[in-house]
Design a protein around this ligand. Structure first.
Ligand SMILES: C[C@H](O)CC(=O)C(=O)O
Ligand SMILES: [Mn+2]
Length: 334
């Protein structure tokens, strides 16, 4: 029987959908339920990774350490995972994570900037963690470039590498081309992380699996940045129909969705016009909340801001440009 490893990021990407306001108790309740359902790997933390709680990225309800303590104390089977963007998270954050039995560190860089993750991959390995390179905004680079960058991560000692559709901007053939090219070029497992801005998160995840992806990301109820991610419970059902082993109990993960996560959601996870614009314009998912705030402040249509950010090919870390774009749009003649 074929197998796929499911990474659930409800407690990390899902934090974007609740403005990073899950409490440590919320996280512990969801983590316990995911663990009992058989999810292989559970990612947690601020939506922008360790160290993300800040004026720039939005303050979380609690500190990284409070979340780590709460979640690590309830997990029995699953591997605990964190995401770290070099520059937002630091060595000290990794050190903290190691103290709380974190087993997997995903080091996230823009798709053309794997080199800024070299030290962090090595540090994570030194802490005995599984270290994974996470190439964000993969739609912005052609397959050859994604391969070049994946090979860099492999050369730094990464245990796996991800093709990440941060903007939910890819259609299935683009996912297949990138995943298949990376799979053919590296010796390590390849993962795929979808966003649902074009309604393709499940379809793209399947395309990735068919192209050879070994690891697939989901979040319960699809909770995540923009229109969210591939819903874990749907992934489990679909893989089951295809006779692909996930290790996750389907009824239990459905129950996690309905009984544990839904009551804690701030709004339904839908493809609204802003999220659809993110996918269509190819803009970074975590820009959405900042865009709403700027649109409100400068009285402009959030879609105009997103389209302009797409034209300027903005990447994670350029959040301050959102204000600038909103201001400029508010000054331009109607
Ligand atoms: C920090 C981002 O939210 C990482 C991620 O999940 C993505 O790029 O997608
Ligand atoms: Mn994401």
């Amino acid at each position: 029987m074929k197998k796929v490893r499911i990474f659930d990021s409800t407690l990390r990407d899902g934090m974007h959908a609740v403005s990073h306001q899950f409490t440590p108790e919320d996280m512990a309740a969801i983590a316990r339920a995911l663990d009992e359902a058989g999810v292989d790997t559970i990612e947690m933390g601020h939506g922008d990774g360790l160290g993300g709680s800040s004026f720039q990225y939005g303050f979380a309800k609690a500190s990284d350490e409070d979340y780590l303590r709460a979640v690590s104390s309830v997990i029995k089977r699953a591997k605990l995972d964190i995401l770290l963007i070099p520059g937002i998270g630091t060595k000290r954050d990794l050190e903290k994570a190691a103290k709380y039995n974190v087993k997997v560190a995903r080091i996230a860089t823009h798709v053309t900037e794997a080199d800024i993750g070299e030290q962090h991959i090595k540090m994570a390995k030194d802490y005995g963690m599984e270290a994974i390179g996470f190439l964000m905004m993969a739609h912005m680079a052609p397959p050859e470039k994604v391969v070049e960058q994946a090979k860099l991560f492999e050369s730094y000692g990464a245990d796996a590498v991800y093709v990440t559709d941060s903007a939910g901007a890819m259609v299935p053939h683009q996912v297949k081309e990138r995943v298949a090219a990376v799979k053919a070029a590296v010796q390590i497992p390849v993962g795929f992380h979808a966003h649902n801005n074009l309604g393709l998160a499940i379809g793209n995840s399947l395309a990735a699996f068919e192209a050879g992806a070994d690891y697939i990301d989901g979040t319960v109820k699809g909770l995540g940045a923009g229109a969210g991610n591939a819903p874990t419970e749907v992934l489990v059902a679909v893989f089951d129909k295809l006779n692909v082993e996930t290790g996750v109990d389907l009824y239990k993960i459905m129950d996690v969705a309905e009984d544990v996560v839904t009551p804690r959601m701030h709004r339904p996870q839908v493809i609204d016009k802003a999220a659809l614009t993110l996918g269509w314009a190819g803009v970074y998912g975590s820009f959405l909340l900042h865009t709403f705030r700027a649109a409100e402040k400068f009285k402009v249509d959030p879609r105009d801001i997103l389209v302009e950010l797409g034209k300027r090919k903005t990447v994670g870390g350029q959040e301050d440009l959102i204000i600038e774009v909103a201001y400029q749009l508010s000054q331009s003649p109607k």
